[in-house]
Design a protein around this ligand. Structure first.
Ligand code: FAD
Length: 462
C-alpha cells in the first residue's frame, strides 16, 4: 500500500483539517529547539481526541509507516524532529485541563496542555505544580513526561516522574492503555506507566496525564549569593539545607561566564559591584515572609563570617525576586548568540561538578584557545549544563562532544541528566548504560512496538 493511500485514508477518517501535508506543514513542526536540520514529514496529523490518535495509529500501523509524536518542540535532543517518510503527530489540539481537585491535590489534563497552563491552574486552585523550566510557555505536559523533564524544582519535588500518578497511552497498533488511577499505592504487577515516562515517544503516545499537585508555600524568599568556588558553593547549599531542610526549593549555580552572557544578552544590570567566580540563585519556602527573610539574612551572615559568601542580595519583593531570576534566563537566548550552540546536559557525582567543569575548560582551551563556553545548572541535584559556541571552535562540534563525553565517562557521570537522548546523544548512550541494560531496553521496545513504528531511530537503534 502506498504512502499516498495512507494519507488519503487519514484524511477520510480524521478530516482534511486534521491532516496537513507538503508546504502546508508549518516550519515549527519540522525540527525542535536542538538545531537538528529540519525535515518535512510525510504528513502532519493534529488530532483532537484519544480516539482520533488511536485511529491514526491503526492506519499507520496497517501501512507500516512510522510516527513521530510532537509536543511543544522545545526539546534539546532532536527527539521530536521528523525523520524521512514519517508521519508527525502533534498533540497541540489536545490542550484541555479536564479536572482539578485541590482537596486531593490531583489534576487531569490532556497531554498537549502547556506546562505554564498547568502551573497557572495549580496556583488558581491554591496549589503548586512541582516542575518548572525556562520553556514553560511552549513545552507540553506530554513532552515533559516523555522526557522526564527536570528543571528548577527537582531539589524539592523530584523530576516529572514524581509528579505523575497516571497516564493514558495509545500504543503503535492503536490500542489504548488506560492507566489513570488516582492512587499513590498500587502494587499490582508492573507499574506500566513508568515505561512511557522518559521514553521520548518511542513506546507510545501519551494522551492524558493525571498529575500530583503540591501544597502552595505561604511565603517564598529569593536570594542571590556570590561565592569564590564550587566547593564553597556546595558548602553553602549544605548550610542552607541544614537550616531550612526540604524548604530549599531551588539552588541554581551560574559560573561567571554564564552570568556575563546573561547580562549582555538580556541587557540586565550587574547585580553586584564586582564580578565573582560563581553566583547561586536560591529559593527558600516558609510560612512568613518577614521571618523567612530574617532567617536567610542570619544564615548568610554566618556564611559570610565563615568566608563562604562574598556578597548577597535578599529580594525584598516579588518583583525584585523575578528580576534576580532573569539572570538564569540566558538559555532561551542561546540559539540567537551561539552559531550553533553546542549544548550539554550532564549528571555527575555532585562533589565532582567543579572539577569536571575545570577539566572541560582546560581541555577546550588547549584545543580551541578562542572558545566561548558557559557553565550553569541545577547543581543541587547534580545536573550541570555546558554550552559552547560552535563558531568559536571552528565548527568542530563533534570533537567538542567527543571531548566532553570522554570526560563524563572519566568522572563516571551520565550523558543526559534531563534533556534525553533523542538523536544527538544516541552515539554516547552506551557510555552511560551497560550492554545488559541496552538489551533490556530493546526487549521492552520490541514487546510494545513490534513493528518499530514509534519514533524510530531515536534513543537507540533496534
Ligand atoms: C529555554 C529552554 C529551557 C529548558 N530548560 C529545561 C530544563 O530546565 N529542564 C529540562 O528537563 N528541560 C529543559 N528544556 C528542554 C525541553 O523544554 C524539555 O525537554 C521539555 O520537556 C520538552 O517538552 P516539549 O513538549 O517541547 O516536547 P518535544 O520537544 O515536542 O518532544 C520531546 C520528546 O517527547 C516526545 N513527545 C512529546 N509529546 C509526546 C506525547 N504526548 N507522547 C509521547 N511522546 C511525546 C517527542 O517525540 C520527543 O521524543 C529547555 C528547553 C528550552 C528551549
Amino acid at each position: 500500500m502506498s504512502q499516498e493511500q495512507l494519507i488519503q485514508e487519514l484524511i477520510s477518517t480524521l478530516g482534511a483539517d486534521v491532516v496537513l501535508r507538503g508546504a502546508d506543514v508549518p516550519e515549527r513542526y519540522q525540527t525542535d529547539w536542538s538545531g537538528t536540520p529540519p525535515q518535512q514529514p510525510l504528513a502532519l496529523v493534529r488530532p483532537r481526541t484519544t480516539e482520533e490518535i488511536s485511529a491514526a495509529l491503526r492506519l499507520c500501523s496497517a501501512h507500516k509507516v512510522a510516527v513521530v509524536p510532537q509536543g511543544g518542540m522545545t526539546g534539546l535532543a532532536g527527539a521530536a524532529t521528523p525523520t524521512q517518510g514519517t508521519v508527525a503527530l502533534s498533540l497541540d489540539r489536545m490542550n484541555s485541563i479536564e479536572d482539578i481537585n485541590s482537596q486531593t491535590g490531583l489534576m487531569q489534563v490532556q497531554a498537549g496542555v502547556t506546562l505554564q497552563a498547568v502551573q497557572e491552574a495549580a496556583v488558581a486552585a491554591g496549589m503548586v505544580f512541582g516542575v518548572d523550566l525556562g520553556a514553560r510557555g511552549s513545552c507540553q505536559i506530554g513532552g515533559n513526561v516523555s522526557t522526564n523533564a527536570g528543571g528548577n524544582g527537582v531539589l524539592q519535588h523530584g523530576m516529572m516522574r514524581e509528579q505523575v500518578l497516571g497516564l493514558e497511552v495509545v500504543l503503535a497498533d492503536g490500542s489504548v492503555l488506560p492507566m489513570l488511577r488516582p492512587m499513590i499505592k498500587n502494587n499490582t504487577g508492573y507499574d506500566l506507566k513508568q515505561f512511557f515516562i522518559g521514553a521520548e515517544g518511542t513506546l507510545g503516545i501519551i494522551t492524558r496525564v493525571l498529575l500530583r499537585l503540591r501544597p502552595a508555600p505561604k511565603a517564598t524568599a529569593t536570594t542571590l549569593v556570590a561565592m569564590p568556588d564550587f566547593d564553597t558553593a556546595l558548602a553553602v547549599l549544605g548550610r542552607m539545607q541544614s537550616h531550612f531542610g526540604n524548604s530549599v526549593a531551588a539552588y541554581e549555580l551560574m559560573w561567571d561566564s554564564f552570568v556575563q552572557a546573561s547580562l549582555s544578552w538580556l541587557k540586565l544590570s550587574a547585580p553586584f559591584a564586582e564580578r565573582h567566580p560563581m553566583l547561586a540563585l536560591i529559593n527558600v519556602d516558609g510560612k512568613d515572609e518577614a521571618q523567612l527573610q530574617d532567617d536567610i539574612q542570619q544564615v548568610l551572615e554566618e556564611a559570610m563570617e565563615a568566608g563562604e559568601v562574598l556578597d548577597a542580595i535578599v529580594a525584598q519583593s516579588v518583583a525584585q525576586a523575578q528580576q534576580l531570576w532573569k539572570l538564569r534566563e540566558a538559555p532561551a537566548e542561546l540559539n540567537n548568540h551561539m552559531h550553533p550552540a553546542i549544548n550539554f546536559d550532564v549528571s555527575l557525582p555532585q562533589a565532582d561538578i567543579g572539577r569536571f567543569a575545570d577539566a572541560c575548560e582546560a581541555a577546550f582551551t588547549a584545543r580551541w584557545p578562542q572558545k566561548h563556553s558557559l557553565y550553569f545548572g541545577h547543581v543541587g541535584d547534580g545536573n550541570l549544563h555546558v554550552s559552547v559556541d560552535g563558531a568559536t571552535v571552528n565548527g568542530e562540534c563533534d570533537a567538542v562532544e567527543a571531548e566532553l563525553y570522554r570526560l563524563v565517562g572519566e568522572f563516571k557521570g551520565s550523558v543526559s541528566a534531563e534533556h534525553g537522548i533523542g538523536l544527538h546523544k544516541k552515539p554516547y548512550l552506551s557510555n552511560s548504560r551497560s550492554p545488559a541494560e541496552m538489551a533490556a531496553m530493546r526487549a521492552i521496545k520490541r514487546a510494545l512496538d513490534p513493528l518499530g513504528l514509534m519514533n524510530p531511530g531515536k534513543v537507540f537503534e533496534l
